[in-house]
Design a protein around this ligand. Structure first.
Ligand code: B12
Length: 209
């Protein structure tokens, strides 16, 4: 497989070699979305399995995560979907109790390249902090990421907080993260769910009108 070496390097957590391998793949004509999905994300899936089976531990997983981000940085321009200006202001963050930010950063990066103004609220963002950011910036989108089944309910609490502050009608709420799905989005009354960063951009554009 073309990305075997890249997958190995991400697991080994060597950011410099990952960045060089991504560049090599781009130079050889591999499309950036394939390098992302079949290389970097495929590697993180393996890392997740090894984490679960205790073949890898937190410090190693973190090194892999950082290495993946180095690889992503190399492809930033290639991943830009198009240069059409999309008028939209998005507050994005990972919900309270959750420190996973790679997916959130990827969505954020692609939203910016698609012309959205992105305000990154960071990780471990409490419902009132999300809502304060929306209020302060006048954003018309709120994008929440959760990677843990235990932190998903924070999305519900954040939507409730938006309602309490009378802001729910002004913002489109979109959600994502590995344990989240369309059914959960429907249950919460979110405006949309997307399974990956590319779909997230399409979703945001479709809701913008
Ligand atoms: C890297 C990682 C970590 C790193 C995070 C580093 C970082 N800076 O993010 C560290 C080591 C810190 C970590 C810690 C923990 N982790 Co962790 N981690 C992972 C791992 C291996 C990869 C996640 C990742 O980055 N994937 C790559 C990105 C690109 O994918 P993604 O996040 O899914 O994002 C995509 C989509 O979901 C979507 N998306 C994401 N966000 C959004 C938002 C919107 C609005 C939209 C539309 C779309 C969208 O688009 C993204 C791009 O395509 C996963 C396993 C896995 N395969 O998911 C486990 C995993 C998520 N972790 C897990 C666990 C259990 C933990 C810990 C509790 C471990 C522990 N015992 O301490 C802690 C919790 C810490 C905390 N409080 O958050 C479990 C969760 C189980 C569960 N169902 O709840 C997993 C699934 C591993 C496993 N199989 O057991 N982890």
């Amino acid at each position: 497989m073309a990305f075997d070496k890249l997958i190995e390097l991400v697991q080994a957590g060597d950011g410099e070699l990952v960045a060089a391998e991504v560049q090599k793949q781009l130079d050889a004509g591999s499309p950036a979305p394939a390098i992302l999905n079949d290389g970097l994300i495929a590697a993180m899936d393996i890392v997740g399995e090894k984490m679960e089976s205790e073949e890898m531990f937190i410090p190693e997983v973190l090194r892999s995560a950082k290495a993946m981000e180095r690889g992503l940085a190399v492809m930033k321009d290639e991943l830009a979907l198009d240069d059409v200006q999309a008028s939209g202001k998005v507050v994005i963050g990972t919900v309270k109790g959750d420190l996973h930010d790679i997916g959130k950063n990827l969505v954020s990066m692609l939203l910016s390249s698609a012309g959205f103004e992105v305000i990154d609220a960071g990780i471990n963002v409490a419902p009132d902090a999300f809502v304060a950011k929306v209020e302060e910036t006048g954003a018309n989108f709120l994008a929440m990421s959760a990677l843990l089944t235990t932190t998903m309910p924070m999305m519900k609490q954040t939507i409730a907080e938006l309602e309490k502050r009378g802001l729910r009608d002004r913002v489109k709420v979109i959600i994502g993260g590995a344990p989240v799905n369309q059914g959960y989005a429907d249950e919460l009354g979110a405006d949309g769910y997307a399974s990956d960063a590319g779909a997230a951009i399409k979703l945001a554009k479709s809701l913008r009108a």
